[in-house]
Structures are given as structure tokens and as C-alpha cells.
Design a protein around this ligand. Structure first.
Ligand SMILES: Nc1ncnc2c1ncn2[C@@H]1O[C@H](COP(=O)(O)OP(=O)(O)OP(=O)(O)O)[C@@H](O)[C@H]1O
Ligand SMILES: [Mg+2]
Length: 257
């Protein structure tokens, strides 16, 4: 399908830090690019950028520069493959972490402008439930929540879903269970979270898939190469490829907020 001028925008968040948002995003983007989709990854962790690290990129211009000089955002996109672009963020810039209203307006313009050139846009956010995380989530068509079976990860994912549904009227949540020992653990964790979300928030988050604990992920991240590339036969890579087919079925939200 030609989605020219109308990309599907997916925000990847977690609540708890270090549960695999960036690993998921980077590899999913590559999987979709290999399926002939035009994909953009935006590093929405504006204060502690990570996407460039996992892709092994050398960054010269960042979102911060765009906000400051108003230049053409396409000039700041780095291409890993002809149809896989990255818009990098900056690291160690505390004032960028929380977007003020002027920055929000400018950022919205940049996202709309740049997104027209792609089929899928991924927003890889920071951990936590700070203002910039909530803002990027409210902008997206779909909200992907990455969590592990760790109780603190479950609690933080629930807190994020609660705030996004209560304060931003988000309803369309997809759960990705990372760092599971097997698919069964992923399903059980999902069932537990979904039951609580249904009971207290009256929402039905959807199961999107599970990614096992896999040494291939650790190795690839250390070498700054996506695991899909370094270890295509690994269990984690196979899980990403399966989920990519589901991403292809996602539609643009009917009424973007
Ligand atoms: N499936 C997995 N198996 C083994 N290790 C993993 C897996 N997923 C992620 N990791 C490891 O967990 C660590 C954190 O991963 P990653 O940076 O993707 O998380 P994050 O949620 O983006 O973190 P942050 O909140 O800091 O942005 C990395 O060291 C990564 O190698
Ligand atoms: Mg990250």
C-alpha cells in the first residue's frame, strides 16, 4: 500500500528504563525496511540519546539543532539503508528533556514535515512518564509498551498506561514482552497486566509479541550493530521478524489527536 503523506506513527515507551525499547525499535525498523517499507526512527530520548549508539552512527546534527535553527529536517536524517533513516537526538542536554510549549509546536511541525517521506515512523522515547514521554505518546497513532516480567517493569508499564489513558485519552496499547524465558512467560505476563488494566482502566491492551532473553542482543548492542544483522538466526531476531508482519497490518489512527 502506498502511504505517501500518511505514515503510521508508532511510539515505543516502557515506564521502566532499560527494558529494551531501543533494541526493539532499531531492529523492528530494520526488519520493516527489509520488507520494502520506508522507515524513520526518531530518537525521542532527547536528553540521553541511544538510537545512534545501537546503529553505530556518527552524528553531526540532532533534533536539538533543528529546533534551534529551523533548518530542513530531512537534511538531518542519517540513512543506514536507502529506505531506513534515523533522526538523532543529543546526549547530555538537560534542557531538552522537557519540551516547553514553543519547542512542542516546533517539534510537531518537524514531525509532520519529515513523516511525509516515510511509511512508518518510530518514536523511541526515554524511560519514565515525564512530559516529553507523554507528549511523544500523544502524537503517535499507536502506543507500544515494552515490558519485562520483572514486577517493577510491570508496575511502571501500568502507571504509563494509566496516565496516557486518563490524561491523554489514549486507548490503543500494544504490549511487547521482552526478556522472557519463553513465549509462555510472555503470555502469562501479558494476561496478568491485561487483567489489571481491564479491571481498573476499562481498557484492553493487545498482545503484540515476546522477545526472549538472548545473548545475541547483548553482543549486537555492544558491537553497535542491530542483532537482526549480526545474528539473523537468533531467537530475538526471529521474534522481531514475526512481529514485523503484525506491524504491517497496523492502520493509521482514524482521528489523530
Ligand atoms: N532480549 C534481550 N536479551 C538480552 N538482553 C537484552 C534484551 N533486550 C535488551 N537487552 C539488554 O538490555 C539493555 C537495555 O536495552 P535497551 O537500551 O534497548 O533498553 P531501553 O529500554 O531502550 O533503555 P533506556 O530506558 O535506557 O532507553 C541492553 O544492554 C540490551 O543489550
Ligand atoms: Mg533506549
Amino acid at each position: 500500500m502506498d502511504r505517501r503523506n500518511s505514515p503510521v506513527t508508532i511510539c515505543v515507551s516502557s515506564g521502566k528504563g532499560g527494558v529494551g525499547k531501543t533494541s526493539f525499535t532499531v531492529n523492528m525498523a530494520l526488519a520493516l525496511a527489509r520488507k520494502q517499507q520506508r522507515v524513520l526512527v526518531i530518537d525521542a530520548d532527547l536528553g540521553l540519546a541511544n538510537v545512534d549508539v545501537l546503529f553505530g552512527l556518527h552524528v553531526e546534527r540532532t533534533i536539538r539543532d533543528l529546533l534551534e535553527d529551523g533548518s530542513d529536517p530531512m537534511e538531518s536524517v542519517l540513512y543506514l539503508e536507502p529506505n531506513l533513516g534515523v533522526l538523532p537526538a543529543s546526549s547530555g542536554v538537560p534542557e531538552m528533556v522537557n519540551l516547553d510549549p514553543d519547542d512542542q509546536l516546533r517539534m510537531e511541525g518537524i514531525l509532520q514535515d519529515i513523516s511525509r517521506h516515510f511509511d512508518y515512523v518510530f518514536l523511541d522515547t526515554a524511560a519514565g512518564i515525564g512530559p516529553s514521554v507523554l507528549w511523544f505518546n500523544h502524537f503517535a497513532d499507536h502506543n507500544f509498551i515494552v515490558l519485562s516480567p520483572d514486577p517493577t517493569s510491570i508496575t511502571d508499564a501500568y502507571a504509563l498506561i494509566k496516565v496516557l489513558s486518563r490524561d491523554y485519552q489514549r486507548e490503543d496499547f500494544f504490549l511487547i514482552l521482552n526478556l522472557v524465558t519463553n513465549e509462555g512467560e510472555g503470555r502469562r505476563t501479558y494476561d496478568n497486566v491485561a487483567r489489571v488494566v481491564k479491571q481498573f482502566l476499562k481498557l484492553s491492551p493487545q498482545y503484540f509479541g515476546a522477545i526472549p532473553v538472548d545473548e545475541a542482543v547483548v553482543k549486537a548492542n555492544r558491537e553497535r550493530i542491530p542483532f537482526l544483522k549480526l545474528s539473523p538466526q537468533s531467537k530475538a531476531a526471529q521474534a522481531i521478524v514475526r512481529m514485523a508482519d503484525q506491524v504491517l497490518k497496523l492502520q493509521k489512527a482514524c482521528s489523530p489527536t
